[in-house]
Design a protein around this ligand. Structure first.
Ligand code: PNS
Length: 161
């Protein structure tokens, strides 16, 4: 039986930090599903389908392995998707103690709901300061986001600003 892990997030947009975690997960699990989920607590910049497309382009651009599937989920709980595809593990990237505090309650609730465990991976510290919300802010004010995001994302955001 192949071990499937789901890497969920809003990915609005995907950053180098996200890609780092996706690549690490792809080296551990047989199959990795990168799942774009709407986060109602955040004001969205990109439509979900655009985020999926940019992640797909970024995965190819970064030369990540082909055991990565990129898709989205908009109906019900995140763990419903995990049950549907037979994934027993969620993977989250942890940049700091702030992320630990944010992720821990969700990890426990997701486990209580379904038995799905959450594995925390540490990205390269070079990405510790990078977040999608900062990228959205810098891009919105006309700044250079190219150090923080894959080239496909920088090109797309530049073309729409
Ligand atoms: O990248 P983000 O915005 O930090 O990702 C947060 C996300 C989308 C993973 C989180 O909001 C989430 O898990 N949403 C799914 C809704 C759900 O299942 N909630 C109940 C368990 S926490």
């Amino acid at each position: 039986m192949s071990a499937i892990a789901v890497v969920p997030g809003s990915f609005d947009p995907v950053t180098h930090g996200h890609l780092d975690v996706i690549g690490r997960a792809a080296g551990i699990f047989d199959e990795v599903h990168v799942l774009v989920v709407h986060n109602p607590d955040k004001a969205a910049l990109l439509p979900i389908a655009q985020r999926v497309s940019l992640i797909q382009q970024a995965v190819v651009e970064a030369g990540l392995p082909d055991n990565i599937v990129v898709t989205s989920w908009s109906v019900g709980l995140l763990v419903d998707y995990c049950v549907e595809v037979g994934a027993k593990v969620l993977v989250k990237g942890i940049r700091s103690q702030v992320d630990v505090a944010y992720e821990t309650p969700m990890a426990i609730v997701n486990r209580n709901l379904s038995g799905v465990e959450t594995v925390f991976l540490l990205p390269d510290p070079a990405h510790a300061h990078v977040s999608s919300s900062l990228v959205r802010q810098v891009a919105g004010l006309g700044g250079d986001i190219s150090p923080y995001v894959p080239a496909a994302v920088a090109a797309f955001l530049q073309s729409t600003s």
